[in-house]
Design a binder for this molecule. Structure first.
Ligand code: SAM
Length: 333
C-alpha cells in the first residue's frame, strides 16, 4: 500500500514537473523570479501541474519522514525531561543538562538510578495509593509493590535461620537484668525475650518513626517489661545502666567506619555473630550489593572493637544450633 502511494506520488511529481519544466524553458531568465510561483504567463495546465507538484511533494515528505506531528508531540514530552530542547523551530539540540550527564559520571549514574529504579517504582504509586490511601504503610508503598522488598524481608525473617528464638535460647540471660535492644525495630525480639525470661527489662531503641509505631502496637502484657526509646545508634548511648546491649542484624549493613562509630557510642557490647558458613557468605554478598556493607567474622569484630576501645575484650562466642548468628560476648575490663 505504502509502496503504491509512494510510486504514485513520485510519478505525479515527475509528470507534472515535466509540464512545469517546459514552461520554465519558454520563459526568459529576466522574467523568471526567485520561484516558480512568479511565472508570469502561467496557463491553466501549468497552474494545475504546479499545484499537483506541491500537493504530491507535501505528501511525499510526510511519507518519507513519518508522522511529523506525532514525532513533535513525542519530542515535546522529551523537552519536559530537560535533556533536549528546540533550538529554533523544528531544530532540536542538547541542553546543558545532557552535556553534564555525558561528561560527569556521577550525574550519569544519578540519571541511570532514576531511569532504572525510581521511574519504574514511581509508576506503581497509583497502585500503592489504591491499597493504602494514607501512604503511611511502607509495606504497601510503590517500592514495596514494584520491588517486593518488604516481602523479601518478611520471608527472610520468617525463616528458621533468622528466628528470634535463637536469641532467646542461645545466651545465658539469667545474669542480665536490663537489655537495650539497639535498632530493635518494633520490639519483636524484645517481646520474645520478655516472654521467655520474665525477669528481663527490655529497652527497645530505634529511629523515632519506628519507635512510635512499636509503642502504639505494644500488647498490654508487655507494658511493664518493654519500654521504647527513640535513639539513633550514631549518637552517644543514653542508657548508661544497662547490663547488655543487643545488636541483632544491625552492623552488617554498615561500613567498617560506621560500625566503629556505632560501637564507639556504646559502653559495653554484646554482639551476635556467626562464623562464616555458606548462608553467611550469601548474606555477605547481599549486604555488599544492597548497602556496601558486609558480614564480619569473630576476628573482624574483635579487631574493630579493639580499635575503638582496648578495654573491650573478647569473652566468648557461641552459635546456637541451627542459628545463622552467634553470640559474641565482649566484656569491658
Ligand atoms: C535489620 S533491622 C534489625 C531489627 C532487629 N534488631 C532484628 O533483629 O530483627 C535494622 C533496624 O535498625 C534500625 N535503624 C536504622 N538506622 C538506625 C539508627 N541510626 N539508629 C537506630 N536504629 C536504626 C532500623 O529502623 C531497623 O529497625
Amino acid at each position: 500500500m505504502t509502496r503504491r502511494i509512494f510510486e504514485e506520488l513520485v510519478d505525479s511529481i515527475a509528470e507534472n514537473g515535466e509540464i512545469l519544466k517546459q514552461q520554465v524553458c519558454c520563459e526568459t531568465n529576466s522574467l523568471l523570479g526567485s520561484c516558480l510561483a512568479d511565472l508570469c504567463r502561467m496557463d491553466e495546465e501549468t497552474s494545475k501541474a504546479r499545484l499537483a507538484v506541491i500537493d504530491a511533494s507535501k505528501r511525499l515528505i510526510h511519507l518519507v519522514t513519518g508522522p511529523y506531528d506525532l514525532f513533535y508531540d513525542m519530542m515535546s514530552e522529551v523537552f519536559q525531561v530537560g535533556v533536549i530542547c528546540e533550538v529554533e523551530p523544528e531544530m532540536f539540540g542538547h541542553t546543558p543538562l545532557l552535556v553534564l550527564c555525558v561528561y560527569d559520571p556521577v550525574a550519569t549514574r544519578s540519571c541511570m538510578w532514576n531511569l532504572n529504579i525510581i521511574f519504574p517504582v514511581a509508576s506503581k504509586i497509583y497502585e500503592g495509593l489504591k491499597v493504602d490511601p494514607t501512604a503511611s504503610d511502607n509495606t504497601r508503598c510503590a517500592a514495596s509493590l514494584e520491588l517486593g522488598f518488604q516481602d523479601y524481608v518478611k520471608a527472610t525473617t520468617r525463616s528458621v535461620y533468622y528466628s528470634s528464638l535463637h536469641t532467646v535460647r542461645g545466651f545465658n540471660w539469667s545474669s542480665i537484668q536490663t537489655v537495650v535492644d539497639i535498632g530493635g525495630s518494633s520490639g519483636h525480639v524484645s517481646m520474645a525475650l520478655a516472654e521467655a525470661h520474665p525477669h528481663l527489662h527490655c529497652i527497645v531503641e530505634d529511629l523515632p518513626d519506628v519507635i512510635s509505631g512499636g509503642r502504639e502496637t505494644l500488647r498490654p502484657t508487655y507494658a511493664d517489661k518493654i519500654e521504647y526509646l527513640a535513639h539513633s545508634f550514631f549518637e552517644p548511648q543514653p542508657v548508661a545502666t544497662a547490663d547488655c546491649f543487643l545488636l541483632r542484624f544491625i552492623l552488617h549493613n554498615w561500613s567498617d567506619e560506621d560500625v566503629c562509630r556505632i560501637i564507639a557510642n556504646l559502653s559495653q557490647i554484646y554482639r551476635s555473630l556467626c562464623d562464616p558458613a555458606s548462608i553467611v557468605r550469601y548474606m555477605d554478598c547481599r549486604m555488599l550489593a544492597l548497602f556496601g556493607g558486609h558480614e564480619r567474622t569473630k576476628n573482624d569484630i574483635v579487631a574493630l572493637v579493639q580499635g575503638v576501645d582496648r578495654r573491650l575484650v573478647w569473652e566468648s562466642c557461641t552459635q546456637p544450633e541451627g542459628s545463622v548468628a552467634s553470640f559474641l560476648a565482649l566484656q569491658c575490663i
